[in-house]
Ligand binder design. Structure first.
Ligand SMILES: Cc1ncc(COP(=O)(O)O)c(C=O)c1O
Ligand SMILES: N[C@@H](CCOP(=O)(O)O)C(=O)O
Length: 433
């Protein structure tokens, strides 16, 4: 598979080059030159295949010959060595729980896959690589965990000061070693802009070999397809494929789902569920893309005003043979509705949603009311315990902190506070050498 830049002014590259570079030299995002067809015979008998075999089939065409099959199979197996169950909430909605990995959020899948691919590619190189990441909460922890102690790799995580949950902050600031956390006095979009600027600064790139572990990197983005296949495998009514609601912020996750669908996975419709950051819902309503300043909400990891993957979604939809509104819709859900949803679902169905998943659940319920013959799946992107300070007062009772979280809460935070100024980041990066 070759990847072209969405800015169309850089040469096409293979998976290895795209992974090591992160972003294309013309500042575009890499996008596959074609969408492969997933074998129909596997879809028709998907329950008969292991998750590892399904994930291997899904990712193999995107990796091409850059990783030998036996190595890739093993990478996939290690990536998904935790459960991803589809749990019923009620008659209409099931929850695909993506929070059973080490950092209790869906990012573990992409981060674990990418760290293993990058470490394979760098095995025989003398090159040391610096992985730069911007996070609104969960990417940082997953990348820290996935890359901790990986030889020849330094990780620098930029996160918005005061805008991530306590558990998220502990996960991304306490490991030490090759993981460096920078607490930026700004919002997530500021962090993302600083990272993008570093990629284009020759003073930095001539001294440090930079790559990204955000979903702009194809090796972080594309494995996020896996769990859409696992969700379908567990979906019993194969004659009525699911409507899937994806809590969305930077739009990498839903974009991976759209790729899985385009490759042949039966999904009736996607809902991009957003919080008050409604850049994409507005675009879907009036076809004008107008990035906005991010607004702080209780689903903080989705506080993104200028989602970097939107260009990929646009690219995909531009090639769709159907009206885009039949493939995708998008809704913005307020904090008040999010809180009411957490409370109602807990009281009625004894299922505890985290604030991000609650946004997805609310948007899905609204859609199903308009389409009563359909059934839905919400992508549960994080464990509620990551947001215990938000969730506990809503349900009026404490929630149990798993032992892994308890020990993280006692670890010592190591981070550097920086103003939202590029020179401050640049100085920090150059000190790494
Ligand atoms: C818990 C949670 N839900 C949803 C999202 C949004 O995902 P994406 O940025 O892929 O749209 C994030 C951030 O990545 C997240 O951490
Ligand atoms: N919500 C994300 C934002 C970054 O998204 P990514 O998928 O592009 O890494 C987070 O939790 O950091």
């Amino acid at each position: 598979m070759q990847y072209y830049s969405t800015n169309k002014s850089a040469p096409s590259v293979d998976f290895k080059t795209a992974t090591i570079a992160g972003q294309a030299p013309d500042k575009g995002l890499y996008f596959p030159e074609h969408i492969p067809v997933f074998p129909k015979k596997i879809i028709e008998n998907i329950e008969g295949y292991s998750n590892t075999d399904i994930a291997f089939e899904a990712i193999k065409p995107f990796v091409g010959n850059c990783i030998p099959d036996d190595v890739l199979h093993n990478i996939v197996k290690e990536t998904i060595n935790f459960s991803i169950p589809l749990m019923p909430i009620n008659n209409d909605i099931q929850s695909l729980e993506l929070f059973h990995g080490p950092t209790l959020a869906f990012k573990d899948v992409g981060a674990r896959f990418m760290s293993r691919c990058l470490s394979f590619f760098l095995k025989n190189e003398q090159q040391k690589v610096t992985v730069l990441v911007a996070t609104s909460g969960d990417t940082g922890g997953a990348v820290a965990n996935g890359f901790f102690n990986v030889p020849n790799i330094d990780v620098v995580i930029l996160y918005p000061s005061g805008k991530v949950s306590k558990v998220q902050e502990q996960q991304l600031t306490t490991l030490g070693g090759n993981i460096h956390a920078l607490e930026i006095q700004g919002n997530f979009d500021d962090c993302q802009q600083l990272v993008k600027k570093a990629f284009t600064d020759a003073d930095v790139t001539s001294k440090l070999f930079l790559t990204s572990a955000n979903s702009i990197n194809v090796a972080r983005w594309l494995p996020q397809q896996f769990y859409y296949f696992f969700g379908y495998k567990q979906w019993t009514d194969k004659n009525n494929a699911p409507v899937i609601a994806v809590p969305s912020g930077n739009f990498g996750n839903i974009c991976a789902g759209l790729i899985a669908q385009a490759s042949g996975l039966p999904i009736t419709h996607f809902i991009a569920a957003c919080n008050a950051n409604n850049t994409v819902p507005n675009y879907m309503a009036n076809h004008t893309y107008k990035p906005q300043k991010a607004i702080a909400t209780i689903s903080n990891a989705m506080d993104v005003g200028d989602p970097s993957n939107f260009i990929r979604i646009r690219t995909l939809l531009a090639h769709a043979d159907k009206n885009i509104h039949t493939i995708l819709s998008s809704e913005s859900i307020s904090d008040n509705i999010t809180k009411a949803t957490i409370k109602n679902v807990f009281e009625q169905f004894h299922y505890l949603l985290d604030p991000h998943t609650a946004v997805g659940y609310a948007a899905l319920s609204n859609y199903l009311q308009q389409h009563p013959s359909k059934k839905g799946m919400v992508i549960s992107t994080a464990h509620p315990v990551k947001f215990y300070d938000v969730v506990t007062p809503i349900i009026g009772q404490p929630i149990h902190l798993p032992s892994i979280v308890q020990s993280q809460m006692n670890a010592i935070k190591k981070s550097t506070l920086l103003p939202n100024e590029y020179d401050a980041l640049k100085n920090c990066l150059l000190q790494l050498i």
